[in-house]
Design a protein around this ligand. Structure first.
Ligand SMILES: O=C(NCCc1nnc(-c2ccc3[nH]cnc3c2)[nH]1)c1cc(-c2ccc(F)cc2)cc(O)c1O
Ligand SMILES: [Mg+2]
Length: 214
């Protein structure tokens, strides 16, 4: 029976990456996507930008919207200090199932909470589910038309504090025009664009970093 691309990506990780070594999982996925099949991971060019923002913020509480196969979950969690957690939301059960195995191969299952469901339903439950009050860092990488409504939901649920950092993938390709317009024009955000390329291609894309001013 035929396999799916996420299943083939997981198999590449299981064959090539060293169990318990997050960097080898990241390298195995990037190798697979450059040499076998393109996949929508943040990738090896935008990934280091994500790393630098995570290191700068050094978040005690981090949220990721859109897990997919867990590539960026591994990138983020490998940099988190001991005792801190990444909560990552995934809508598609098949993606979530693969991501759990990728995360396990990296040995990061104790630092990552993967929750299945729609961001719009789950965000209002975050505080109660995880006993947190606000997020220090949010990585947006799910459906592009959900970035703005979910940002507004985070605001309404008071899950952002003065200084919370939002990092959004794909603001050029596929593009998130309404989100960009909002964070770049709202007096409540200080926004900056990191120009890069769509993962594993020469197409322009970039990350938008927005600091909530309270
Ligand atoms: O769609 C993307 N990412 C989103 C995955 C996802 N699929 N479902 C969800 C979800 C939706 C509700 C959710 N609620 C909670 N988690 C959720 C997750 N997220 C995506 C697409 C591209 C891309 C670029 C150029 C192309 F020619 C084709 C594709 C590149 C990227 O870097 C992406 O991140
Ligand atoms: Mg993306």
């Amino acid at each position: 029976t035929s396999s799916t691309r996420p299943q083939r990506l997981l198999r590449a990780v299981q064959r090539k990456a060293t169990k318990g070594d997050p960097q080898s999982v990241i390298s195995a996925i990037d190798y697979f996507c450059r040499n076998s099949e393109w996949a929508m991971n943040v990738g090896d060019e935008k990934g280091p930008i994500l790393d630098s923002v995570v290191c700068e913020v050094s978040p005690a509480t981090a949220l990721e919207l859109g897990t997919y196969c867990g590539y960026s979950s591994v990138r983020i969690a490998r940099l988190l200090p001991v005792g801190t957690k990444l909560i990552t939301l995934e809508f598609h059960p098949d993606y979530a199932c693969i991501a759990r195995q990728v995360i396990q191969h990296a040995g990061l299952e104790d630092k990552i909470f993967l929750v299945e469901g729609a961001s719009g339903d789950l965000i209002p439950k975050m505080a109660d589910m995880f006993g947190i009050s606000t997020f220090d860092f949010v990585f947006l990488d799910h459906w592009k038309d959900r970035y703005l409504p979910d940002l507004k939901l985070l605001e309404e649920c008071q899950l952002l504090r003065k200084g919370s950092v939002l990092l959004a993938d794909n603001v050029i390709c596929p593009g998130t025009p309404d989100y960009l317009e909002y964070v770049r024009n709202s007096p409540r955000y200080e926004s900056r664009y990191f120009q890069s390329h769509l993962e594993y291609t020469k197409v322009e894309d970039g990350l938008e970093k927005s600091v909530f001013l309270g």
